[in-house]
Design a protein around this ligand. Structure first.
Ligand code: UT7
Length: 324
């Protein structure tokens, strides 16, 4: 029997209009463009307008991905959306987007794997296609992370931005996604988390205590080590070698982490898609935003092999190796 692979047949992305540069940040928080650029590679980030939600960005990215794929929303039989900043507690943002697209009736759910959300969602969607359950799948990564940022906290507020990306998948006899690897270790919760929630309760603090807590230096070290092992595992799962990879499309948290992963793969930086300078860390949005940029700029071509990877709160880490 011919193997069923999931193939990406369209990509899309969306960013809020408002751009906040490092120079803008210098005006209200004790930081500098020089510090942000040299420590992270970030030059600017996009920030959602008041009232603009994760679902709004997800919808715009999804519409662009569907148009690129030539697929009507009514043809979708599954929507999986990675986010850690959903519009509402429930319904899921996937359900809200499904209705706004006019795809009512298909399965739709969110995946919360923090910054690994999109790659997790892609891994889940791939299994639905490989099992024969789904034929047209929309996978989205979307965030309004700046809603969880305390703009007086320089350790975190300079790092994050808002945005969304999406892909449409369909089954194919040709690759396609060769392998996905998904992992988590909840033992690292204290290094990267948001301390409040519906069940744990909120606090009598600004924004009800909703804010990102991160031990940056420790997260950095574990991220580099973990991604190093992850890319090796992914190549092995796909039966491939470093030289088979045309493009690395990494999670965009820190240019220094991206460079370390590229070095591990013996890849020069001109084969790595970098958008962290423009978008900062958009969590689940980061990999699909980078992928869509790579496709629309003409860098990534049909038939090339792409390695997608992400690392985030949980900790979670995940990868996908695919032929575009
Ligand atoms: O996407 C999910 C996963 N997240 C990540 O992968 C993030 C991983 N971590 C990182 O990217 C880096 O650790 C950071 C960018 C967060 C921090 O960079 P670092 O090189 O690890 O800096 P640091 O935390 O060790 O801080 C160095 C110094 C400190 O001052 P002292 O103690 O040396 O005097 C900080 O107070 O930099 C100071 N600092 C700042 N200075 C200016 C921290 N934030 C800022 C800032 N502007 N925004």
């Amino acid at each position: 029997m011919t193997a069923i692979y999931s193939r990406i047949i369209g990509t899309g992305s969306a960013l809020p209009e408002r751009v906040l540069t490092n120079a803008d940040l210098e005006k209200f928080v004790d930081t500098s463009d020089e510090w942000i650029r040299t420590r992270t590679g970030i030059r600017q980030r996009h920030v959602a307008a008041e009232g603009q939600t994760t679902g709004d960005l997800a919808l715009a990215a999804a519409e662009r991905a569907l148009a690129a794929a030539g697929v009507k929303a009514s043809e979708l039989d599954l929507i999986v959306l990675g986010t850690t900043t959903p519009d509402l507690v429930f319904p899921s943002t996937a359900c809200l987007v499904q209705h706004r697209l006019g795809a009512n009736g298909c399965a739709a759910f969110d995946v919360n794997a923090a910054c690994s959300g999109f790659v997790y969602a892609l891994g889940v969607a791939d299994k639905f296609i490989r099992s024969g359950q789904s034929k047209k799948v929309l996978v989205i990564g979307a965030e309004t992370l700046t809603r969880m940022v305390d703009w007086s906290e320089r350790e975190t507020c300079v790092l994050f931005g808002d945005g969304a990306g999406a892909v449409v998948l369909e089954p194919s006899g040709e690759p396609g996604i060769y392998a996905t690897c998904l992992h988590a270790d909840g033992g690292f919760k204290e290094l990267l988390y948001n301390p409040v929630g519906v069940s744990a309760g909120f606090r009598d603090e600004p924004n009800h205590g909703v804010r990102i807590r991160m031990a940056g230096r420790e997260v950095f070290k574990v991220a580099v080590k973990t991604l190093d092992a992850l890319v090796g595992e992914t190549l092995e799962a796909a039966g491939m070698h470093e030289a088979d990879i045309d493009w690395l499309i990494p999670h965009q948290a820190n240019l220094r982490i991206i460079e370390a992963t590229a070095k591990r793969l013996n890849m020069s930086m001109d084969r790595v898609i970098v958008t962290v300078d423009q978008h900062a860390n958009t969590s689940s949005g980061s990999v699909p935003l980078a992928l869509d940029y790579a496709v629309r700029s003409g860098k990534v071509q049909r038939g090339q092999n792409l390695l997608l990877e992400a690392f985030g709160g949980g900790f979670t880490w995940a990868s996908a190796l695919l032929r575009y």
